[in-house]
Design a binder for this molecule. Sequence first.
Ligand code: ADP
Ligand code: RBF
Ligand code: MG
Length: 387
Amino acid sequence: MAKPLKKLVSCVVLDLDGTLLNTDGVLSEVLKGILGKYGKEWDGREAQKTIGKTSLEAAAAIVEEYGLPCGNDEFLAELYPVFSAQLCNIKPLPGANRLLKHLSCHGVPMALASNSLRGSIESKISYQQGWKDYFSVIVGGDEVTAGKPSPEIFLEAAKRLNREPSSCLVIEDSIPGLTAGKAAGMEVVVVPSVPKQTDLYTPAADEVINSLLDLQPEKWGLPPFQDWIEGTLPTEPWYIGGPVIKGFGRGSKVLGIPTANLSTKGHSSLLSEHPLGVYFGWAGLSTRGVYKMVMSTGWNPYFNNTEKTIEPWLLHEFNEDFYGEELRLVIVGYIRPEVNFSSLESLIEKIHEDRRIAERALDLPLYSKYRDDPYLNSPLHSESNHS
Ligand code: ADP
Ligand code: RBF
Ligand code: MG
C-alpha cells in the first residue's frame, strides 16, 4: 500500500482520557453507582455528551440529562472522591503502551494535553508503568484560561516543547479535542472513542483511525513501527469460545465465505480490550480438529449491522454445517480494521487477501506454536480462566 507523506512533524501531543486511557470504563461504573442512589439508571448512552469535556461541563451535561435534583458543583463534589479512588483501575487503551514505547525509544518528544486538572492527570498516569517518563510536558485544563475546544492547551504544549504548532502531531479521540488541535494549527489524527461515527470527524481531521494499532507514524515523518510481520501484528493471544450460533445467513450465500459466528454476549470485556477488526489464529472444534482461522469482529461496515459480531472463517472445507458445536478460538495476531467498501466484489477480494495473509503467517513458528494450545480442545469451562 502506498503511504504518502502527509506532513513532517517532530513531536506528538496526546490527549489522555479516551485516547490513551479507557477512563470511560471506570467512569461509567462510578456513574452507575451514583445515579442509582438518585433512582436513575445510567445507560451509557449519554457518555458521548461527556467525552472531551472538562469535569464541570461533563457533570452539567449529566445533571441536565437525568434531571438530577442537585447543582452541578454538588454533583461533581459527590462524584469526585468516588472516581478518584478508582483511578488505579483505569486501563490503557489497546495500542497505547506500544505507541508510547515506540515514540519514546526513538526520542520523539511527547506532551500530554488534557482538559483534566493537572493533578488528576498526574495521578492517572502514576498508575501506568513508565508513563511518567514518557512525557516531557503535561498541560492540564487548570493551567490555561479555556479548555478544549479552545486551542490554548495545545498552544501551551507546543510552547513548552519548544516547537512550532505546525510541527506537532495531535492524537485525540473527541470532537472538542479535534477542534482545538486544528485551531492550534496542528496536524490531528482522531481515534474516535465512539464507534460508527467516523463521518463526524473526517471533514476536519487529517486522518481518522480505528485504534492506536493503526497509526502509521511514517505518514507524518516519524519512525515507522517495526513490529509488523508479513502483514500481521502479533498480539498477546486471547481466547474466545462458545457454541456456533446462527448469523445473518449472509456469509455463504452473499459472499461465498461462511463464518461460524460466536455470541458476543459474555465476551464484552474481552472485545473492549481489543480493537474491533480483522484477526487470525487457530480454531478448535472438539469432535473435528484444529484449523487455521481468519475472522472479523465488529459492525460489518459494508452491511452497517446494528449489532457487533464475531465471525471466524475456518480455513478448511467442511461437508456440513456445525451449528451448536463448541468452537474454541486462540487469536494470535491482528491484520487490519474493518472498513467499508464501494462494492461487494472488493469486500470479497479483501477477505480473500486476509485469508492468504493469515494462512502464510500461521506457518511462522511465532504463530504456529499456538496450534497445540490445550484451550483448543479442552472440556468446557469459564472464559475467565483465560483472560
Ligand atoms: P450464518 O450467518 O448463520 O453464520 P454463514 O453463511 O456465515 O451463516 O454460514 C456459517 C455456517 O457454515 C457456520 O455456522 C458453519 O456451521 C458452516 N461452515 C461450513 N464451513 C465453514 C467454514 N469453513 N468456516 C466457518 N463456518 C463454516
Ligand atoms: N465486513 C465489512 O463490512 N468490512 C470488512 O472489512 C470486513 N472484513 C472481514 C474480514 C474477514 C476475514 C471476515 C471473515 C469477514 C469480514 N467482514 C467484513 C464481515 C462480513 O461482512 C461478514 O462475515 C458477512 O457479512 C457475514 O455476516
Ligand atoms: Mg456467519
